[in-house]
Design a binder for this molecule. Structure first.
Ligand SMILES: [Zn+2]
Length: 162
């Protein structure tokens, strides 16, 4: 006696699982790329940072972009002694290069950044602390130090992992 043909056999199901899984992986990678990769200037500045801090900063920036719709523009990351000396010369509130106690930028664990909304810069160094507040709340979750809290020299677009 012939048994009824099963409506679907495992061998027929495997390709569908593979196709479904493949599509899921593809969309996950596209989403991760869209959320975790930034513009060329930002990527170039991120590349010079210490790897662990870079990952922490990247995740922070992705959460800001996802939750607040703000695109980051990292304008400064790791600095050489010469770059730090030039900044100190321009404004003595910037620390002078010190080989014994290097600044967080010289150690590659700090970033200065702006944020854009729809391609327009909306958060800059000179933006008030109140405007930065939603971003700072997320930075606090990542344990980042915000320059806006520096006594005597509020540096609203500076974040570091000291
Ligand atoms: Zn800075």
């Amino acid at each position: 006696m012939q048994r009824p043909h099963p409506s679907s056999s495992p061998s027929e199901n495997i390709p569908f699982w593979l196709a479904g899984g493949g599509i899921l992986v593809m969309f996950t990678l596209l989403f991760a790329r869209k959320m975790l990769v930034f513009d060329a200037v930002t990527e170039a500045n991120l590349a010079g940072l210490e790897p662990v801090f870079r990952l922490r900063l990247r995740l922070f920036l992705a959460v800001v972009r996802f939750s607040l719709g703000l695109d980051p523009l990292v304008t400064s990351g790791r600095r050489t002694a010469a770059q730090q000396a030039a900044l100190h010369k321009a404004d003595t509130r910037n620390p002078a290069p010190n080989a014994q106690a290097p600044d967080v930028h010289m150690r590659g664990v700090a970033a200065d950044l702006n944020f854009k909304r729809n391609g327009v810069l909306v958060l800059l160094k000179g933006s008030p602390a109140l405007a930065w507040a939603p971003v700072v709340r997320i930075a606090d979750l990542f344990g980042l130090t915000w320059g806006g809290r520096f006594p005597g020299y509020p540096d609203n677009n500076h974040f570091d992992g000291r």
